[in-house]
Ligand binder design. Structure first.
Ligand SMILES: [Zn+2]
Length: 720
């Protein structure tokens, strides 16, 4: 769906929005999806004021506060930062600022040691070396190597190199006569990308005694380019910390799957928690992995298993023996979510929800403090507008999440606690995790919100001097060239509408049934989850002028304001339909030979009907908006009807085997990778045709329900 098509009915096209910003407001004419011409002119005025408030200087000042000390989930410093945010928000003019406590099963390191005892002795450092150029890297509060949610234990065993630690890697080891039962597997990060928790689960299923996960220079180190402090890539000693929680099964507190960890809530024993790992895990720098790798015997590893170190990688098996000891302090502890809002002036019970996580593995220069700084400037700007009498029409709720890094914990508990309110009131959720690691916008959105996100990017200016829209398009085009794709980048393909997991949008999309948007600027970034992801790195490589932080505050805010102020919510369901059709086509093509077992042509007809209704509704909405006269009661009916569409994609039973994940269009693989039509796709891939048929019927029912709903809304619109 081309969003420009939707704009055709308006007197002036959206590309004039920029020139409008320079023109006197009184003569303004503009068009914005979801706004009447009069409200669009007013909205443009508000946005111009809003965009003028965030400054690079303030972004940098806030970023310094959040990156001054390590602040992992559950730590004193992270809790102090919660108080700091609450205090700032009150000063900035946010309403009803509260800190919500969840008592969750948390994870903390006590000690870890790794010693190679044969064929030669080597004591792993398990710490990052300080860099002369970077004073923060000398902070004694920096943790050593640890994996969140590892179990405690002690083992002496041989080491096997299992490449990325994916199931097919163990198949290859088996073909080479190597059984990893009782052994320690050494795997590397991200080749191809897969969430470390999936590597841990796979090792656990294979019967390994422990898993060591190291950063190979081929993925994020010197093979990519200059390393910190001379470049953005990971140096010899960088350690990618991270949790191994099985939150792809169910996120949040492992002891309260599906309900909130409020005081007095029922809790299951940890032994019964499906998301709690049952294996020891430890991350390593390549400095610590190299002695193990270069001493291994066994067959030479295949070409695609070779890495960036100047050695020949072997499969290992018997020769290298290590003694590994990990002591953890896992147990119940409080996590704190800070919640504030700008109460809506006209529709306080319709919410646009924004969020960013606060907890970091160490300083969190990019992840998440770039997002936290952008959030603080966003809230300052919203507060300032409210003080000047420019409250949004709907309520904007802003949250600082805790324990995202552990298992999407704070957002999940909050979403579970307020699920009823959210289903009744929430328009959308906009997540910013890593705001900035470079200049390339990655914007993701459920397909119904993709056109409005693309439109919003036209009204912003990129530091390069281009519009953000043009810069975004150029960066997606160069990304496509990088993977030799000849697909043309159109407005309909600009936003990424394939949404996996791995951040705080998950509960809102997959459990509550809210449309979501995720925003971030990306670039070369090799220090993820290490002590080197800090203020120095940001000021030298990520965003030295803090201009992308500022642009993020503007983009996040403009997107939120459009959702908060629209007369009729800017959802495009025809766009949704064409995405669903693409998902079904890809599933059919990808499983070509087998698909004779399952007839999806009937689903195709339902998609056609949904698209036709979406197109009719788009036309009616456009005509109604152009008439500049919308009865407020009708607007409420239409907006609540449109909000219901996303809820209707939920199947209360969830996807087979993972009942918490209820969305039938969007899901995530165990690797966190996006997984469209999750229930149907997993059944087809497993060749479980009975389940696939059931899942196809569930999809058909949802499509039919939503088609009916759109037709009713269209009837409401055309009768009045
Ligand atoms: Zn993050």
């Amino acid at each position: 769906m081309n969003p420009v098509r939707l704009l055709a009915g308006f007197p002036v096209c959206a590309t004039l929005l920029l020139s409008f910003c320079l023109a006197p407001a009184a003569h303004a004419q503009t068009s914005i999806l979801g706004f009447t011409p009069a409200s669009a002119a007013h909205e443009a005025e508000i946005e111009t004021k809003f965009k003028s408030i965030p400054t690079p200087g303030e972004e940098r000042r806030q970023h310094r506060i959040f990156t001054a000390e390590p602040h992992v989930a559950g730590s004193k410093r992270n809790n102090e930062l919660a108080d700091y945010i609450a205090g700032e928000w009150r000063k900035q003019g946010l309403d009803e600022v509260v800190i919500r406590q969840y008592d969750v099963y948390g994870t903390n390191p006590k000690s870890a040691s790794l010693e190679m005892i044969a064929p030669v002795h080597y004591q792993a450092v398990l710490r990052e070396a300080p860099l002369d150029a970077d004073a923060d890297s000398k902070n004694p509060a920096i943790s050593g190597a640890w994996s969140g949610m590892s179990i405690s234990g002690e083992v002496t065993a041989p080491v096997v190199y299992a490449h990325s630690g994916n199931p097919e890697d163990y198949d290859l080891l088996r073909k080479n006569g190597i059984d990893v039962k009782g052994k320690i597997v050494l795997v590397r990060y991200s080749n191809p990308y897969s969430y470390r928790g999936f590597k841990a689960l796979t090792a656990q299923r294979e019967g390994a005694a422990a898993i060591l996960i190291y950063s190979d220079p081929q993925e994020d180190g010197y093979k990519k380019g200059n390393v910190d402090p001379d470049g953005p890539w990971g140096p010899e000693y960088h350690i990618q910390r991270g949790a191994i929680t099985y939150d792809f099964m169910v996120p949040g507190d492992p002891l309260t799957p599906g309900w909130a960890s409020v005081p007095g809530a029922k809790r299951i024993p940890i032994e019964q928690a499906t998301s709690a790992p049952k294996i020891m895990a430890l991350p390593l720098s390549w400095h610590d992995a190299k002695p193990l790798l270069e001493n291994m015997d066994g067959a030479v590893a295949p070409a695609d298993w070779q890495g960036g170190l100047p050695i020949q990688y072997h499969l290992g098996g018997e020769r290298v023996k290590v003694h590994l000891k990990i002591e953890m302090e896992n147990g119940t502890q409080p996590y704190y979510v800070v919640e504030g809002r700008i109460r809506g002036a006209e529709l306080p019970d319709e919410w646009v929800v924004l969020g960013n996580h606060r907890d970091a593995w160490v300083f969190g220069g990019v992840d998440p403090s770039s997002g936290t700084a952008s959030m603080m400037e966003l809230t300052r700007a919203l507060g300032q507008l409210a003080k000047q009498g420019m409250r949004p029409r709907r309520t904007v709720v802003v949250c600082s999440w805790d324990g995202e890094e552990v298992g999407l914990t704070g957002s999940t508990e909050w979403g579970e606690q307020f699920v009823d309110d959210l289903r009744a009131k929430a328009v959308a959720y906009i997540n910013v995790d890593e705001a900035t690691s470079g200049p390339n916008l990655h914007g993701e959105a459920v397909a119904s919100l993709a056109p409005m996100l693309v439109e919003a990017s036209r009204s912003l200016q990129d530091p390069s001097g281009k519009s953000l829209y043009d810069a975004w398009k150029a960066s997606v085009e160069s990304e496509k060239r990088g993977v030799r794709s000849t697909d043309k980048v159109t407005d309909a393909s600009l936003a990424d509408t394939r949404i996996g997991s791995g951040s705080d949008h998950t509960v809102f999309l997959n459990f509550v049934g809210m449309p979501v948007i995720g925003l971030g600027f990306e670039g070369d970034y090799g220090v993820y989850h290490s002590a080197y992801d800090d203020f120095y790195w940001m000021n030298h490589f990520g965003d030295p002028g803090y201009r992308y932080h500022t642009l993020m505050s503007q983009l996040w805010g403009v997107t939120a304001l459009r959702l908060a102020n629209a007369d009729l919510l800017p959802f495009d369901f025809a766009s949704y339909a064409s995405n669903v059709r693409q998902f079904v086509d890809e599933l059919t093509k990808g499983n070509d030979k087998d698909m004779s077992q399952l007839d999806l042509s009937v689903v195709g007809k339902d998609i056609d009907a949904f698209e036709a209704s979406g197109n009719r509704l788009n036309d009616s909405l456009r005509r109604k908006l152009a008439s500049d006269a919308i009865d407020p009661k009708l607007a409420v009916t239409l907006n609540h009807g449109m909000m219901q569409v996303e809820r209707n994609w939920l199947n209360p039973d969830g996807i087979p085997g993972r009942p918490w994940f209820k969305h039938i269009l969007y899901g995530a693989r165990f690797t966190y990778a996006h997984l469209e039509l999750p229930g149907l796709t997993e059944a087809v891939e497993a060749k479980d045709w009975a389940t696939a048929k059931q899942q196809a019927e569930i999809l058909q029912r949802a499509l039919a329900n939503n088609t009916r709903l759109l037709d009713e809304l269209n009837a409401d619109l055309t009768q009045r």
